[in-house]
Design a binder for this molecule. Structure first.
Ligand code: CAA
Length: 387
């Protein structure tokens, strides 16, 4: 699908090509099996790391590629157009845990965790949600109690992308006392590794889509975390998580656009090949109108995303534009994949054709990293904050 609206630099074009080639060679041949069998293939992490795809936003001084946000999103869309499961791993790792350590971590934490994460040797995860704390993230209950030079964490984190396979998990837990709750300001962030005593992986979710990406609960049973592994200041964990989600939502928008674009491309091809009433169905205005609306929504979503990413790279706050981009792109992905199935008809409803998977993969983009309803709340709040 045409990128004509977005003037890519030579570096961005090269990165786009490299991500596309990688996705076609290393992901496409396995994607259907990963989906069917619900398997996460860890080897993809090493392969992506070797090409720098897991350190795109990390400065070269910490072994990353030191690229701008737009270039990262261009690559992410290419991966998502082939397999959204791999794209979510890439988005979470690049946007959340690595950015949190880069922005708020100590030099020691950067040397110890960020460097190998940039090289793709350590996979990162982000653990904010809990079974009873989803949209209302500040109501999380995992408790961290200081014990000498450690914190002892007890609780269950939920919906953690790559949770069972992550080497470094950025987890939010309460450091306020149960007798003196401080709301969002009573939460801190910890860098957790699976070898810490008291850590275990809980349930693996059996999902509708993104079945090549593993989503787990993580159980902290008196998990002992050194004080040196607290990120930044005590009590600032919720703010760190929210600031990071501003960026994470750009990644999910790029993932959504990749899914929508793939559905559009399949639909354009199919409508030219499929004949009914003696001619290709692309000759019918009913199908043309669908394709036109699908292409328009993909182009508009991408234009908004790149405007938001450019604003971020210019140092502007992007809370509102991040939410707008994620809202528009994820609803576009759901709408475009629904229309794609309609164009494919019965063939769209069976696993033999690709749009059924795209439809299932699209749905979660309206849910994770903040539901569409939460994005609308954030957007509306910002309208009043500015006025
Ligand atoms: N940037 C910086 N600070 C922010 C912020 C932002 N974007 N958003 C909030 N804050 C600050 C506020 O300024 C406030 O600070 P003060 O104490 O100084 O006032 C503090 O954080 C609390 O903010 P709110 O009062 O706005 O908090 P709230 O409880 O009303 O919640 C919310 C706001 C927007 C609803 C938030 O809870 C939210 O985004 N919920 C959705 C959670 C979410 O996206 N979860 C996704 C989890 S990750 C995932 O999906 C799994 C995965 O692996 C992909």
């Amino acid at each position: 699908m045409s990128w004509a609206l977005i003037p890519l630099t030579e570096e961005q074009r090269a990165m786009q090509e490299s991500a596309r080639d990688f996705a076609l060679a290393e992901i496409a041949p396995h994607s259907d099996r990963w989906d069917r069998e619900s398997v996460f293939d860890r080897s993809i992490v090493g392969k992506m790391g070797a090409l720098g795809f897991l350190g795109m936003l990390i400065p070269e001084a910490y072994d990353g590629l030191g690229l701008d946000t737009c270039t990262y999103l261009v690559a992410l869309e290419e991966i998502a157009a082939v397999d959204a499961s791999v794209a979510v791993l890439m988005s979470v790792h690049n946007s959340l845990p690595t950015q949190m350590i880069l922005r708020y971590g100590s030099e020691e934490q950067k040397q110890k965790y960020l460097r190998p994460m940039a090289r793709g040797e350590y996979l990162g995860a982000f653990a904010l949600s809990e079974p009873d704390a989803g949209s209302d993230a500040a109501s999380l209950r995992t408790q961290a109690v200081r014990d000498g030079d450690h914190y002892v964490l007890t609780g269950v984190k939920a919906w953690v992308t790559s949770g069972a396979h992550a080497d470094v998990i950025l987890a939010m837990a309460r450091t306020d006392s149960p007798n003196d709750r401080k709301g969002a300001r009573g939460i801190s962030t910890f860098i957790i590794t699976p070898d810490m005593p008291g850590f275990s992986v809980g349930k693996k979710e059996d999902k509708m889509g993104l079945r090549g990406s593993e989503t787990n609960q993580l159980v902290f049973d008196e998990l002992r975390v050194p004080v040196a592994n607290r990120l930044g200041q005590e009590g600032m964990g919720f703010v760190y998580a929210m600031q990071s989600l501003d960026n994470g939502r750009l990644g999910i928008a790029a993932q959504s656009i990749g899914i929508a674009r793939a559905a559009l491309e399949h639909s354009v091809r199919y409508a030219a090949e499929r004949k009914q009433f003696g001619k290709p169905i692309k000759e019918f205005q009913a199908v043309q109108f669908k394709l036109a609306d699908m292409a328009t929504r993909v182009a508009a979503s991408r234009a908004l995303l790149y405007a938001a990413a450019s604003a971020k790279d210019r140092g502007q706050p992007i809370t509102q534009f991040g939410s707008m981009s994620k809202l528009m792109a994820s609803e576009t992905a759901m709408w475009v994949t629904t229309e794609a199935i309609q164009i494919f008809g019965g063939y769209g409803y069976v696993k033999e054709y690709p749009v059924e998977k795209l439809f299932r993969d699209a749905k979660v983009t309206e849910i994770y990293e903040g539901t569409s309803e939460i994005q609308r709340i954030v957007i509306a709040r910002e309208l009043y904050a500015r006025s």
